[in-house]
Write a protein that binds this ligand. Structure first.
Ligand SMILES: Cc1ncc(COP(=O)(O)O)c(C=O)c1O
Length: 405
């Protein structure tokens, strides 16, 4: 049987991550968070770094430090995840959606149309590792006296005009979620450039609690169970059945819960980063350059196969986007070849597609381009466990589907 190719089944996990996770279940090491923050600061040359248990908690910390709340508006792009929207709702503010460009990033022109006297911040996303038009958005922020937030959940290591993404916002946040650039299953980081916000983020980090021990063990089990138990038999029904059982029994966590589709965050946000997950993140951060070089290499190879030009070296290609006529059909057909590319980023301007748009303040028709693209997009894997042969297999299957073979 052919190898399972997947985009989101613990994509960054390697042997050393599995043995580390096993060790961390049985040991208590308390100093992980400070070590991770120090490594992160030094790696990127950021002045400060504050770890949290997710991008969601990180964004809440930023919004609280900015004193954004009821009556305030935050402009963000459509074609986003409800995980990026709900923290804004959590603090009582209203998310206002701006449309996107072909590069899947926020449209400056639409931001200009949607800005009002209630706008307190503009959040840019750098979708799938591709830097947004930071300078133009920053100009608007400076002119209008509103904050710039960089959502760097997809773009750890991506560059804009010679500097790392995350260097430009008043505050920026990153995610170490299970299918992000590096992964500690759950985890996030804030860096603050606007000095007036540093104490706010730091105090918020001190105030909140560490998640419970059970929650932390649940995350440590993720790389172990995926690598050792779920993935090996995934192309037989048994692997998929085991995954469903582990999720149902709460032995494994979900990346985004069902309730979040109705605009409600679970009680484990906002929380501190547990020390053991910080150790997982440290192990992964040391591999960041290798991971991103590999992603660029695979993206360049896809470009070659699809007869496109050279890749953008500033982009880290977390995933490789492609527009097709009927994504649901393509995703289903690929499954028959043991290729699993459904990561939820399709079918709605706020993903996953099960999200109730009214509950996340999205008005249908307000961002036509994002709606159109979300009906056509599929994403191809570029992560460290994907070889060029795998990429070629994905391409060949897509060609067969296109020619209706
Ligand atoms: C664009 C974007 N922003 C923010 C987040 C939130 O990050 P996290 O899953 O670490 O809470 C996610 C991921 O879910 C995301 O895709």
């Amino acid at each position: 049987m052919s190898k399972v190719i997947s985009i989101s089944l613990s994509p960054n996990t390697q042997k050393d991550d599995v043995s580390l996770a096993l060790k961390l279940i049985f040991t208590t090491k308390k100093d992980g968070v400070r070590k991770l923050e120090r490594l992160f600061r030094n790696y990127f040359g950021f002045r400060n770094a504050f770890a949290f248990n997710s991008g969601r908690s990180s964004l809440i910390a930023i919004l609280k430090a900015m004193k954004i709340g009821a009556g305030d508006e935050v402009i963000m792009q459509a074609f986003t995840c409800n995980a990026a929207v709900n923290p804004i709702k959590y603090v009582g503010a209203t998310p206002i959606f701006a449309d996107i460009n072909d590069d899947l990033n926020i449209s400056v022109e639409d931001v200009e149309k949607k800005i009002t006297s209630k706008t307190r911040a503009i959040m840019i996303q750098h979708t799938f590792g591709s830097p947004a038009e930071i300078d133009r958005i920053k100009d608007i922020c400076l002119k209008r006296g509103v904050y710039l937030i960089e959502d760097c959940a997809h773009c750890l290591g991506a560059m804009y005009k010679g500097e790392f993404c995350g260097s430009f916002g008043d505050a920026s946040f990153f995610s170490f979620g299970r299918d992000k650039v590096i992964s500690s299953v759950y985890g996030g980081m804030v860096t603050v450039n606007n000095e007036s916000l540093i104490d706010g983020v730091s105090n918020f980090q001190k105030e909140i609690k560490v998640p419970g021990v059970f929650w932390t063990i649940q995350q440590l089990l993720h790389p172990i169970l995926f690598n050792k138990i779920i993935l090996p038999p995934y192309n037989m029904k048994i692997g998929r059945g085991l995954l469903a059982i582990f999720l149902n029994l709460n032995i494994l966590s979900k990346a985004v819960t069902k309730k979040e589709g109705s605009g409600i965050l679970p009680e484990y946000f906002p929380k501190k980063m547990p020390s053991s997950l910080a150790y997982l993140a440290i192990n992964q951060l040391k591999k960041l350059e290798e991971y991103n070089n590999h992603r660029r290499e695979i993206a360049q190879y896809y470009n070659h196969l699809f007869l496109k030009g050279d890749i953008d070296e500033n982009n880290i290609y977390l995933k490789y986007p492609l527009l097709v006529d009927n994504p649901a059909k393509v995703i289903n057909k690929l499954k028959k070849h043991n290729i699993y590319i459904n990561d939820g980023w399709s079918g709605s301007p706020v993903v996953p597609a099960s999200t109730e748009l009214d509950k996340v303040c999205y008005a249908i028709g307000s961002c036509p381009k994002a709606e159109e693209i979300s009906k056509k997009i599929i994403l191809l894997p570029t992560h460290i466990n994907i070889s060029k042969e795998d990429a070629k297999r994905v391409f060949d299957c897509l060609e067969d589907i296109r020619q209706n073979k």
